[in-house]
Design a protein around this ligand. Sequence first.
Ligand SMILES: [Cu+2]
Length: 130
Amino acid sequence: MKTKYFSYLILILIVIGMNGCSKSSSYIPVNNNPGSGVNPGGGGTTSPGANEVWMQNTAFNPSTKTITAGTTITWTNKDAASHDVSSLTGVFTSPAMGQGATFNFTFTTAGTYNYSCVFHQGMNGTIIVQ
Ligand SMILES: [Cu+2]
């Protein structure tokens, strides 16, 4: 009688143990949910590269950039809103750029090139070519 009671107790402990196991294994997929899993891997770099300017949070990043003649600058729109790159002296003008769009311009002549986004007042940038 006593041994039968104990074997029931062991059986109950095994069932509890199995429940504990299934709980911890079902916890792993919850950890792998797309919301937290995709962003770190798919986000790419978090700052513009050497010859890049990002249009980010309605600003050019970096707003002022110094380069040597012959350098090609790539602007990339990181915002959901459209932006453009318009030289104040008409040296270069991009089309309206949606999210993820890029625009390239090669600076061959030394000088200071101020530009802005026609859609957002105060969204200005400068390229200094040495
Ligand atoms: Cu803009």
